[in-house]
Design a protein around this ligand. Structure first.
Ligand code: ASP
Ligand code: MG
Length: 311
C-alpha cells in the first residue's frame, strides 16, 4: 500500500463537497428521527457495542470475536435481542446503534453495504406489524418533508429532487413478487418503482429465527422489508418477534443453530418475554437515498467499504 496515495485519497474524500453535504443532511436526519421517536413516546436507550449475544444474520460475514476473561464477545451486528429484552421494562425504545458486519468484498458492488454503519433500531412491546408499518410511513414522509425544507439549498446543489411518497405505501407479498419477477425481484422492483414499497410475509428460510411465524402458515413470517425506489434497494427490515421459549428454541433448531449460541437470550425467555415488534433502518442508506448518491461511501467521512482498506 502506498501510504501517500492512500492518504491523499482519504483527504480528498473527507474534504469533498458531496461528503460534507451528506454529513450535514445526515445530521438533520438523525435530529428529525430522534424527535419523531420521542413524540411517539419512545425512550432512547444507549447502544450496546460488545456482547456475547448478537444477531446471527442470514448471510455470512467475517466474525471478529474478543476473548476477555474466558468469555467471548462479539461486536454488535444488530441489537435485536437487547431490544427484545429492553422493551420488557421500557415498553417502547429506540437507539442509534453502531453495527459491525464485516461483509465479504463482493458486497461493495451493491453501493449500499458498509461494514460499519449505524441503524436506528426501534422496538415496541405489544405492537403489531401493521402498527409499526404505519408509524414508519409517517416517519419517512415526515422526514422527507422536513429535509426538503431544512436542506433545500444542499439538495439543489446535489441535484436531488426528493419526492414525498403517498401513504399508505404499497405492500407486496414476498412469494407473489418472486413468482412474478424471479429471484432478483427486489432489485427489479426497486428500479421500477418511484415510491418506497413493502415486501411482507417473508419465507422462514430467508430470515433469522427471531421473526415470528404466521399463525396461518408456519412457512411464512410476520415480518417486512421496506425497499427504496429508483434502484436504491433495501431500507428497513423488521417484524413481530418470537417470544415464547419453546418456539424460540424450535426456530433456532430449524435454522441449524445451537441453543448454546443464544443461551443468554434463552435465559431471558425462560423468565418470560412479552410479544413485541420493531424494525431497523440504516442511517447511511437513508442518507444515500435522500442525497440520491450512487454509492453509500459518500455519506460517511470514514466509510468502511467491504474488502477495502479503511481508516
Ligand atoms: N434485526 C434487523 C436487522 O438488523 C432489524 C430488525 O428486525 O429490527 O437487520
Ligand atoms: Mg435486512
Amino acid at each position: 500500500m502506498e501510504v501517500e496515495k492512500v492518504l491523499d485519497a482519504k483527504m480528498d474524500h473527507v474534504k469533498s463537497e458531496k461528503v460534507i453535504s451528506a454529513v450535514k443532511i445526515g445530521s438533520d436526519i438523525r435530529y428529525y428521527l430522534s424527535g419523531f421517536m420521542r413524540k411517539q413516546g419512545y425512550v432512547e436507550v444507549p447502544p450496546v457495542i460488545i456482547s456475547p449475544l448478537t444477531d446471527p444474520l442470514n448471510h455470512p460475514v467475517f466474525d471478529p470475536v474478543i476473548d476477555y476473561y474466558g468469555e467471548k464477545y462479539s461486536l454488535t451486528k444488530s441489537m435485536i435481542f437487547h431490544k427484545q429484552i429492553m422493551v420488557q421494562s421500557f415498553g417502547s425504545i429506540f437507539t442509534f446503534s453502531p453495527n459491525i458486519r464485516m461483509e465479504e468484498a463482493e458486497r461493495s458492488s451493491t453501493g449500499r453495504h458498509l461494514s460499519e454503519f449505524t441503524q436506528l433500531d426501534v422496538e415496541k412491546r405489544g405492537a403489531s406489524r401493521d402498527e409499526i408499518m404505519s408509524m414508519v410511513e409517517e416517519m419517512i414522509t415526515g422526514l422527507f418533508d422536513y429535509i426538503k425544507h431544512e436542506d433545500t439549498e444542499l439538495l439543489s446543489r446535489l441535484g436531488r429532487d426528493l419526492h414525498i411518497p403517498g401513504k399508505p405505501f404499497e405492500r407486496i407479498k414476498y412469494l407473489d413478487a418472486e413468482r412474478q419477477y424471479g429471484k432478483n425481484f427486489e432489485s427489479i422492483l426497486s428500479k421500477k418503482k418511484t415510491e418506497p414499497f413493502w415486501i411482507i410475509d417473508i419465507p422462514l428460510h430467508q430470515r433469522e429465527f427471531y421473526d415470528r411465524e404466521s399463525d396461518i402458515d408456519s412457512e411464512i413470517l410476520v415480518d417486512m422489508d421496506l425497499v427504496y425506489p429508483e434502484g436504491f434497494g433495501e431500507a428497513i427490515s423488521g417484524g413481530e418477534r418470537e417470544y415464547k421459549l419453546e418456539k424460540i428454541k424450535e426456530r433456532i433448531h430449524k435454522k441449524g443453530q445451537t441453543e448454546d449460541q443464544f443461551r443468554w437470550f434463552i435465559e431471558f425467555a425462560k423468565r418470560g418475554l412479552e410479544p413485541s415488534a420493531g424494525f431497523g433502518i440504516g442511517i447511511e442508506r437513508l442518507t444515500r437515498y435522500v442525497c440520491g448518491f450512487k454509492r453509500i461511501e459518500d455519506t460517511h467521512p470514514f466509510p468502511k467499504v467491504p474488502g477495502e482498506f479503511s481508516l
